[in-house]
Design a protein around this ligand. Sequence first.
Ligand code: UGY
Ligand code: MN
Length: 263
Amino acid sequence: MHPNALSLRPGHLPPGAIGHGRAVVKPNYAFMPPEGILSSRLPDYEQTVVHFQAAPALGAEFAQALLAIAPGGGTRGMILAQPQHFFFVIEGTVVIHVEDGEPQELTAGGFAYLPPGTRFSLRNESPGPARVERLTKPYESIGLPPPDPIVSHRDKVPATNLTGAEGRNWKLLLGAGDFRFDMEINILSFQPGAYFPDVETHIMEHGLVMLEGQGLYYLAGDWHEIWAGDFIWMGAYCPQQFYPTGFGEAAYLLYKNVNRDIS
Ligand code: UGY
Ligand code: MN
């Protein structure tokens, strides 16, 4: 046998060997570790590879992708945010230029919301690589003007304790109570030992990126160990719950469609 060949015995496969991995795709949820999400390229971006995490092909009503932007890469000049865009910097530094405003630097934890039709550029002008989450979603208008662009950083957003439970906090990156928005993007954080008391089952979808820490995620009857960098899509009515398991804080970035009527 070749020295590099795997000795495959049923029940004795090493982790990550053929057909074994943590990825699961089901009709109402998908759990995806980053290593298996292969890359493509985008016509409007140079020196950038895209890893699509959620898309209509999966059953999602939004698209979410991790962009890996090499130094000197990014959008080919100013382009249009079509549909509405949300960016969140996972690693590195990028420069975002929105309409006629001054270019602004976004470091890790920086984010931007761009309503549909906004002209913008997003470039990596640093010597190191940058990784940026991009979420796009058709805007559901209700006759109000669309929201204004936002460029900010997670450190500037106050943590709110929506339920009063100790050790659990929300950062509402797009603010609260503004019906112009058809979505929320929140950072949920959990001190060790804090968890959701109930299994949630709701009509809203989620796109979730684990930012820090680790835990166990309950999804429609299954448990998944989740680490920083993992992605989850939760479809409508997917039963869900999270238990942090690490010694430090766990936090995830969470998309949720809200504020619109359904009939
Ligand atoms: O707001 C939410 O729906 C949130 N609590 N869900 C989640 O973290 N899976
Ligand atoms: Mn939820």
